[in-house]
Each structure stands twice: as C-alpha cells, then as structure tokens.
Ligand binder design. Structure first.
Ligand SMILES: NC(=O)c1ccc[n+]([C@@H]2O[C@H](COP(=O)([O-])OP(=O)(O)OC[C@H]3O[C@@H](n4cnc5c(N)ncnc54)[C@H](OP(=O)(O)O)[C@@H]3O)[C@@H](O)[C@H]2O)c1
Length: 267
C-alpha cells in the first residue's frame, strides 16, 4: 500500500498517535482523530489542515467505555465515508504493583488495550473487506509483549494479547485486501513515560515518538506483521524466547526496580 486515503487514529491527542497523524497528513491522507482531550485534538486538526491541506475530523471519546468502538465506527464511517487505515494506538499501563492499582483502573486497562482494540478491529476489518480497497490495521503493542515484567502485571499480558491477536488475524486475512501489523515500541519519550515518571536514562535511551511512528508506519505500509523499532528493543524482544518465563520475569523485575529507583531518586 502506498498512501492511505482515510485513516482513523486512536490516541491521537499526544505522543506516538500525534506523530502518526503528522506523518500521514504529510502523505496527504485524510484523518479521523480520536482521544478524550478535545482541545488537543482541535489544535492538532487545525494545524494539520493548514499545513498539509488535508481533511481532518475529530472525535472526543473515552475508548475505555464498553460501547466506544461502535460509536467510533459509526462516526468514522458516517455519510458513506470509507476508511482504509486504522491505527489502534491508544493504550495505558501504570508502572505500579498490582495491588497498588485500583480494580477499576485494571478494568480500564483491559477494556482499552484489548477489548476496544479487538472490537474496533472487527468493525473496521469487515468494512474494509466490503469496500475491497487495499487496507491496513496497525495495532500498537509494546516490547512488553515479549518481556513479561513485574509492575506491568496487567499491561504486559494485554500487549502480549495485542501482538498474538495481530499475528493470528494477519494469517487469517492473508487472502483478503486487508493487512494486519503490530508495532512493538520500547521506551519512547511521550507523556506516557513522563506521567509514569520514567526516563530510563543510561539504561535504555528513549526513542523519539516521531521515529517510532515513522518506523511503524513504513513497516505497516510495507505489509510487515511485527515491527520492533530500534536495535536495543529488538534485543529485548529476541532474548526472552530462550529463557524460562520465571527467570525472564525475575530479570525484568530487577530492571524495573532499577528504573523506578533511578527515577525516584531524581524526582
Ligand atoms: N511511550 C512508551 O514508552 C511506549 C512503549 C511501548 C508501547 N507504548 C504504547 O504506545 C501507545 C501510545 O503511547 P504513548 O506513549 O504515545 O502514550 P501517551 O503519550 O500517553 O498518549 C496516549 C494517547 O492515548 C489516548 N488515550 C489514553 N486513554 C484513552 C482513553 N480512555 N480513551 C481515548 N483515548 C485515550 C491519550 O489521549 P487522551 O488523554 O486525550 O484521551 C493519548 O492521545 C500505547 O498503546 C502504549 O501502550 C508506549
């Protein structure tokens, strides 16, 4: 696929999602942007419209609500609008121990990272298969999909789900017009890291969100199924497969303790 015609991007009000929007607008792709923060979406839409002369629509929506995907699909495809690119980017995961996160917040993580992503993929893939134009769904997971880690007790399995779901669906849809890709970033300099008070300086330097989004976009448009940006992240994704899960979790736990101590001592 060369350039998508109309893309839906979730979590577009900041971070990697905002960079997906900029990169796609530069390719003259019309956009439908979704997140909760309306002002950020409006400012981004105005700036992309004036800089790149593309159509940008936006929807302020909490994607952790049970019927969010149906609302998103209905709004993005109203008036007969066709969508040929979906980026399921919105995702959350606090760097906290399991019992230090409320049950409500655990439910929101699972709903947003897995349920909404799956439901949106279902609705848009059926739409794409029907309109028959070359189409792509890009799901954003994490290197945490390869490396289970304490403090990512629910986040890490949720991203494992996203990666495996994408790989299986990619195989199922290989004879159709729809390609499925999964981007697995490592530490990336966004609000997600800042909000969790993480910089991981000296341990694994953070990548810029622009670079992560660009590698993700190019990989997805080339039809790559699993995309891991950055050499160190590729190592993080490669080695755990040779080590028993119990040891992997222990090693990742030491890494997380170190990262948390390092940032705590700086704050
Ligand atoms: N940054 C990293 O180091 C890193 C590493 C690996 C994977 N990832 C993954 O990359 C993706 C993007 O992360 P990021 O670092 O760019 O995060 P970010 O800067 O925190 O941005 C997250 C985006 O998701 C939106 N969002 C969050 N909760 C939402 C909800 N309930 N409903 C609708 N939108 C919601 C946010 O917008 P509103 O607040 O306006 O709703 C924002 O636009 C996530 O899936 C994350 O798991 C990030």
């Amino acid at each position: 696929m060369k350039n998508p015609i109309r893309a839906v991007i979730t979590g577009a009000s900041g971070g990697i999602g905002e960079d997906f929007a900029r990169l796609l607008a530069a390719r003259k792709t019309n956009l439908f942007l979704v997140a909760r923060r309306k002002e950020q979406l409006e400012a981004l839409a105005l700036s992309l419209q004036s800089e790149f002369k593309v159509e940008v629509e936006m929807l302020s929506l909490d994607l952790s609500l049970p019927d969010a995907s149906e609302i998103l699909f209905r709004e993005a495809t109203k008036n007969g609008n066709e969508v040929d690119f979906l980026i399921n980017n919105a995702g959350i995961g606090p760097w906290k121990k399991f019992i230090d996160v409320s049950l409500d917040d655990h439910k929101k993580i699972m709903q947003l990272n897995m349920v909404t992503l799956t439901a949106s993929t279902h609705l848009f893939v059926k739409h794409m298969v029907t309109h028959k134009k070359p189409s792509v769904v890009l799901n954003v997971a994490s290197v945490a999909a390869f490396q289970p880690a304490p403090r990512f007790t629910v986040y890490s399995p949720s991203k494992m789900y996203v990666k495996l779901f994408s790989e299986i669906l990619s195989e199922e849809l290989k004879e159709t017009n729809v390609r499925i890709s999964c981007l697995c970033p490592g530490g990336t300099a966004t609000d997600y890291m800042a909000n969790n008070n993480q910089t991981l300086k000296g341990f694994n330097p953070l990548m810029t969100s622009e670079k992560v989004a660009r590698i993700g976009l190019e990989g997805a448009l080339r039809g790559k199924t699993v995309i891991i940006p950055g050499f160190i992240n590729k190592l993080f994704a490669f080695f755990p497969r040779f080590i028993p899960t119990k040891w992997n979790v222990q090693i990742a736990g030491w890494g997380m303790d170190l990262a948390v101590r390092e940032t705590d001592s700086r704050s």
